[in-house]
Design a protein around this ligand. Structure first.
Ligand code: SF4
Length: 88
């Protein structure tokens, strides 16, 4: 395993140890922003996303409430959202 992978793996283990089990990420290069989309904000049943200065951002304090329903993934046309389980 390379150094970067080891560092990422260690970081994920630390997050799991802190009780964070799900990571929701937005690829800012792909995201269309509030002016053109924002569908994820409307569809997420547990309020993971919010608008900030024209961009869609993840509310980190809500991140672990994600139910893995994948509604946001189905609505995000440019596939800018990634949902990662930090546990097996
Ligand atoms: S998978 Fe469901 S609960 Fe999780 S961020 Fe997407 S819409 Fe919200």
């Amino acid at each position: 395993m390379g150094r970067r992978k080891e560092a990422v793996s260690l970081h994920l283990k630390e997050e799991v140890a802190m009780g964070v089990f799900i990571r929701v990420e937005i690829d800012e290069k792909k995201c269309l922003g509030l002016a053109k989309s924002g569908e994820c904000i409307r569809i997420c049943p547990v309020n993971i996303f919010e608008g900030k200065e024209g961009r869609v951002v993840v509310k980190e304090e809500n991140e672990d409430e994600c139910t893995l329903c994948h509604l946001c993934l189905s609505k995000c046309q440019p596939s800018a959202i990634a949902i990662k389980k930090l546990y097996e």
